[in-house]
Design a protein around this ligand. Structure first.
Ligand code: ADP
Ligand code: AMP
Length: 214
């Protein structure tokens, strides 16, 4: 099962992708997480990606595609995966398509988690992430058991640098210009499914499970 999560930044792609990965036993692959891990480790890739991420811009396609193709080529991806945050541009989608077609494979579902812009800014300002394990919470909607502390590993939660309001509006603009066209791209391939991302996360997941199991 090869799944792509589409949607604006903060729509809940990561939250749902983790739930899909848990239930259907496929790896959750987030290019954003890969970049953040590299930034944390101070790698060359991390330093390059940070220049763009901090400004709310996309990391160049060439670099992103290389990382992604390398990751989906790993052994644990043989039975599928859920991609979160990739592709984000038409050229990225085309490269992925071609790489899959060369192996006689294709994407099974592109799930668009639909959330209007008005809700996004609130979602992002309340998002808190664990710098150690990558778990995400929301101060109002999905709070950790102890305020500011990760349920899973006990580390202090942080507000992502690129979730500050100035950067969020830039990221939304970039989303509408460069990523939203993917909705038509996958619709034309007949694999697009849309879920209402404004519902509570369990309800969103029920809608996704219904699609995957239909
Ligand atoms: P994305 O991966 O699309 O950027 P996230 O999954 O990190 O988005 O979700 C963004 C924020 O919204 C997080 O703080 C998350 O806890 C919260 N969130 C996710 N899904 C929902 C939901 N259905 N309702 C309310 N808040 C949600
Ligand atoms: P995310 O965690 O998915 O919100 O991604 C955080 C940031 O990483 C984005 O705002 C981009 O700067 C960068 N990024 C993640 N995935 C991609 C991608 N597929 N293409 C370009 N940039 C990306």
């Amino acid at each position: 099962m090869k799944i792509i999560m589409l949607g604006a930044p903060g729509a809940g792609k990561g939250t749902q992708a983790k739930m899909i990965a848990d239930k259907y036993k496929v790896p959750h692959i987030s290019t954003g997480d890969i970049f953040r891990a590299n930034i944390k480790d101070g790698t060359e890739l991390g330093m390059e990606a940070k220049k763009y991420m901090d400004q709310g811009l996309l990391v160049p396609d060439e670099l992103t595609v290389r990382i992604l193709l390398d990751r989906v080529g790993a052994d644990d991806c043989k039975n599928g995966y859920v991609l979160d945050g990739f592709p984000r541009t038409i050229p990225q989608a085309e490269v992925l398509d071609k790489a899959l077609a060369d192996r006689g494979e294709q994407i099974d579902f592109a799930i668009d988690v639909d959330v209007p812009d008005e809700n996004i800014v609130r979602r992002m300002s309340g998002r808190r992430a664990c710098p150690a394990c990558g778990a995400t919470y929301h101060t109002e909607h999905i709070p950790p058991k102890t305020e500011g502390i990760c349920d899973r590993c006990g580390k202090e939660l942080v507000l992502r640098e690129d979730d500050k309001p100035e950067t969020v509006s830039k990221r939304l603009k970039v989303y509408h210009e460069q990523t939203q066209p993917l909705i038509d791209f996958y619709s034309a391939k007949g694999v697009l499914r849309t879920v209402d991302g404004t519902q509570p996360m369990e309800k969103v997941f029920d809608s996704i499970a219904e699609i995957l199991e239909a």
